[in-house]
Design a protein around this ligand. Structure first.
Ligand code: NAP
Length: 258
């Protein structure tokens, strides 16, 4: 089978310059798609067409859509990946109203804005695929450190399901991908710093980190490429009957039947 199965497709990956988004952009491109990545900062060595945009800002997202639709006339694959934990840990008493609103803006409104700007062109061509990158924490919150993030990602999941139903008869598919603990540069840095603070090895700190999340049956974190593999499947024709679904990429971290 040819690995150029996405040739002719225009794909946008938000937050496609680092981490999971970069791995997704690399894979879609390797499969023949024309890939545009967006982020607030241009990477030093861009591997894909880069358009600067801030998904927390409505005007910035509208300008992004205008540039892409003007240049390519369409969008086929939309990967809403930009997001992450911004709020403080410390349980329900700690985050302020503003920190809650920022978390919602970065992880939920960002996707809604991007969807509003691009999906009409998918509906017009009667085809397209939207992926929302969420997290296993939406189902398994850790109140000590990610209550804001887990709560708003669960709102993203509900929104995504409703959107999938709304668009199902228009030829546009919408799915969620829920990573568990992924070995990104940021995760590595976090673990290295923790290891230094507690004067333990990186290996021991990694195991303690995994245990603090309830353990991973596969015993290791995922690579960013392992998340991208699932996204590649979902955007392909092999997933033509898959919409409104949520794919876990967590090595078994989520402990019960989903
Ligand atoms: N890493 C994990 O273990 C993990 C686990 C579960 C779920 N996830 C989810 O996976 C997604 C990606 O996470 P990651 O860890 O791969 O992220 P990351 O390594 O921190 O990369 C984030 C990307 O988003 C861009 N970005 C940040 N703020 C932005 C903004 N306001 N507007 C546009 N782009 C922005 C960043 O570039 P700039 O800074 O230059 O803007 C970068 O390209 C997130 O939705 C996260 O919630 C991650």
């Amino acid at each position: 089978m040819s690995n150029q199965k996405l040739t002719g497709n225009i794909a946008l990956v938000t937050g496609g310059t680092k981490g999971i988004g970069k791995a997704i952009a690399d894979q879609l491109s390797a499969q023949g798609a024309t890939v545009i990545v967006t982020a607030r900062n241009e990477p030093e060595l861009p591997d894909h067409e880069f358009i600067k945009s801030n998904v927390t800002n409505a005007e910035s997202v509208d300008a992004l859509a205008e540039k892409i639709i003007r240049k390519y006339g369409k969008i086929d694959i939309l990967i809403n990946n930009a997001g992450g934990l911004t709020g403080p840990g410390g349980g329900y008493q700690t985050p302020t109203d503003e920190q809650w609103m920022n978390e919602f803006n970065f992880n939920v409104l960002s996707c809604i804005r991007v969807d509003r700007a691009f999906i009409p062109s998918m509906v017009a061509q009667k085809s397209g695929v939207v992926i929302h990158i969420t997290t296993v924490s939406a189902y398994k919150p850790f109140h000590q450190f990610n209550l804001t993030y887990a709560t708003v990602k669960s709102a993203l999941n509900t929104y995504s399901k409703g959107l999938a139903n709304e668009l199902a008869s228009s030829g546009v598919r919408v799915n969620l991908v829920s990573p568990g603990i992924i070995n990104t540069e940021m995760t590595e840095l976090f673990i290295e710093n923790k290891a230094k603070e507690s004067n333990t090895s990186v290996e021991q700190t990694t195991q303690e980190f995994i245990e603090s999340a309830g353990g991973i049956p596969m015993g290791r974190m995922a690579s960013t490429g392992e998340v991208a593999n699932v996204v590649s499947f979902l955007v392909s024709d092999a997933a033509s009957y898959v919409t409104g679904s949520n794919y876990y990429v967590d090595g078994g971290l989520f402990p019960v039947v989903q």
